[in-house]
Write a new protein. Structure first.
Length: 639
């Protein structure tokens, strides 16, 4: 029995013709759903029409304190006294304050003025941040609508690419492992030869006999995880070569990057930069973008600094030479124990202030739970003895080396250590104490670095780029012009070549741009110059989908009446459009996964544009064509 033929266009997204409706018409609820999506797009894209004001944000260094009205008034007086025009100033609900300015050029100068007016001699300085204050109407903001954030290339600022010194980090880890093994061997009376075992990521340990070597191998296997242990003579003696496994190296590298990311984010927050970007790039690099910051000197001073503290006991006279080291302090030699009591890694808070008796700069330290207990236990047993504090700093340096006849620049670090304090322990210390012996600048920087957290590994700045605010404005202007010119040319071509169908495609294309802006605003995505390029590409792809549909309708007109030709054109072009867009969407996802910075900005815009162009080309254009031609008795089509 022959099966009754199905009407073409019946199954496209479940909204094709049916026996109850005239051909090429949607139900009222379908039109309502499409209109609802378009209205939402208009609402959430609207905040991008309201340009933000250049502003200064005042914020307390910790989340508990709030900026007072008096502090805000002093900041305003400092700005107006310097001739800077203020648009508005308010205390915000989160305890901060916002001062809106009228000109971008006043931001950086105003930040210095406010910092001098409010933070001169203040123990816990307020954070004065460059900001972009939104001007979105309250009714839009109440619905969660907000403008897209602008990337560094559009807003101006400073870009750093940092290389983490993994070789130095792994070498230091092996040195720590060596110290642990020395203690382990002494406790178990294992006779070894020499103490300098570290060779990169390997320990080469010599022993007095094979029995001691075998005993040491068993101890190491029991105590250490992630190490490969091989028996091989070292310096004509029975020896062990202890090296990190590839899995352990990857684990340590991930730890170093994660710790450095956390510390950098905290340091950047202390710099007072609104919406900074700190993200990992590959296995050993970190990207830092600081929008709005035009002077990289201040950022480099903090970002590129690797400083820490060691707290140690002054060694007793009968201490073993292998467990001590000597350092100079105020013209005399002091012998210290090599083992640390605590380090700067265990500091939870550090505030620079002044000694009330001597008026000299000092740093008030607060330790974490483990550090506080350790400090209390050690100092309680050593009342009357002396404790020393070592200030350690890794300074980045460069040298030129010749490799294969070419001169290349090699980065390395030089460690500088200085004994800043040797004092007698008068009573047991706990979680809180003070550090003296620093200059004002050193005390401020040390407090900031300790608050932010210590870096796990030294880093080098391998790329530095400053984008001026004026250049960012030029990029916005050029990008907007590119989109506008491309959009206008497409509109004219479609209108001339496809007439009324071209008009429907043009309206859908306009809504496509609106939906892209709305979705990116909702996602909190950052718009960059490559992102604008993605929008231009999306415009072309959206038109391409309509061209496929209209070309298919022309072919169907040769064999079908107009109403069936319209339905067949949309229905049969659907698979081709879907295949092409899914392929490009997967490429965008891959670019987002493996790329960074500009590549990611392009990938986000492209992925969003593919989804919105599918919606507008297949549904919005179809709805408009249905409204123009659906249900009518057509003799022909102007196409």
């Amino acid at each position: 029995m022959a099966r009754e033929p199905r009407l073409v266009g019946e199954s496209l997204l479940g909204v094709g013709p049916s026996t109850q409706r005239p051909p090429n018409t949607y139900s009222f609820f379908t039109y309502l759903a499409i209109g609802f999506v378009l209205v939402l797009g208009l609402i959430y894209a609207a905040p991008n029409l309201f340009q933000p004001d250049p502003a200064l944000q005042l914020k307390a260094p910790n989340g508990e304190d709030r900026v007072t009205a008096d502090q805000l008034a002093r900041a305003v007086d400092a700005l107006t006294g310097a001739g800077i025009v203020i648009k508005a100033s308010d205390l915000t609900d989160d305890g901060a304050a916002l001062i809106r300015l009228t000109a971008d050029d006043d931001q950086y100068r105003g930040r210095k003025l406010v910092d001098e007016a409010l933070n001169d001699g203040r123990a816990e300085p307020l954070i004065v941040a460059l900001n972009r204050a939104p001007t979105t109407p309250a009714w839009l903001a109440g619905m969660g609508a907000k403008p897209m954030a602008l990337g560094l290339d559009l807003s101006g600022g400073v870009h750093f690419l940092l290389q983490v010194d993994m070789d130095k980090f792994l070498s230091d880890r092996m040195a720590s492992t060596q110290d642990a093994l020395l203690d382990l061997f002494r406790e178990n009376r294992v006779r070894y030869a020499g103490r300098n075992w570290v060779r990169g990521t390997e320990l080469q340990i010599a022993f007095q006999s094979t029995d001691y070597r075998d005993q040491a191998q068993t101890l190491i296997a029991e105590e250490l995880d992630g190490f490969l242990i091989r028996t091989q003579d070292v310096g004509a003696r029975p020896g062990l070569r202890v090296s990190l496994t590839e899995e352990k190296i990857a684990e340590l590298e991930d730890f170093a990057i994660t710790q450095n990311l956390t510390s950098l984010k905290n340091r950047v927050n202390e710099l007072g930069v609104s919406e900074p970007l700190v993200q990992r790039l590959g296995r050993s690099r970190i990207v830092v973008d600081l929008p709005g910051l035009q002077d990289p000197a201040e950022a480099k001073k903090i970002i590129n600094k690797f400083a820490n503290l060691d707290f140690r006991l002054v060694a007793a006279q009968d201490a073993r030479a292998s467990q001590t080291e000597t350092m100079e302090y105020e013209g005399r030699v002091v012998t210290l124990e090599r083992a640390n009591i605590v380090t700067g890694d265990q500091v939870t808070n550090a505030v620079q202030n002044f000694d009330p008796e001597t008026q000299q700069p000092q740093v008030a330290i607060t330790l974490d739970a483990d550090g506080g207990r350790r400090m209390n236990e050690v100092t309680q047993r050593n009342v009357g003895n002396q404790m020393a504090i070592i200030f350690k700093e890794q300074l980045p340096r460069t040298r030129t080396e010749t490799v294969d006849g070419k001169d290349i620049v090699v980065n390395y670090t030089v460690e500088q250590r200085r004994l800043i304090s040797v004092a007698t322990i008068q009573s047991a210390l706990g979680f809180n104490f003070r550090i003296t012996g620093l200059s004002l600048t050193e005390a401020r920087d040390l407090a900031l670095l300790l608050r932010a957290g210590a870096l796990a590994a030294p880093m080098y700045i391998v790329e530095e780029r400053t984008v001026g605010a004026s250049l960012g404005e030029a990029n916005i202007s050029q990008g907007t012009s590119a989109v506008a010119i491309g959009f206008a040319l497409v509109l004219v071509f479609m209108l001339i070549y496809y007439r009324w169908f071209g008009l429907a495609a043009n309206v859908a294309l306009a809504f496509n741009l609106v939906l892209i802006a709305a979705v990116m605003s909702l996602l909190g995505a950052t718009l960059t110059m490559p992102g604008i390029a993605g929008i231009v590409l999306t415009v072309g792809m959206a038109v391409d989908a309509n061209v496929l549909i209209f070309s298919r309708i022309r072919e169907e007109l040769k064999e079908r009446p107009p109403q069936q030709a319209i339905a067949a054109g949309f229905d049969r072009a659907f698979v081709t459009i879907l295949d092409a867009n899914i392929t490009t969407f997967f490429v965008a996802i891959i670019l987002f996964s493996v790329g960074s910075g500009p590549v990611r900005g392009f990938a986000v815009t492209l992925a969003v544009g593919i989804v919105t162009s599918m919606f507008t080309a297949l549904l919005v254009t179809r709805a408009l064509v249905n409204l123009m031609y659906g249900g009518r008795n057509l003799k022909g089509l102007a196409l």
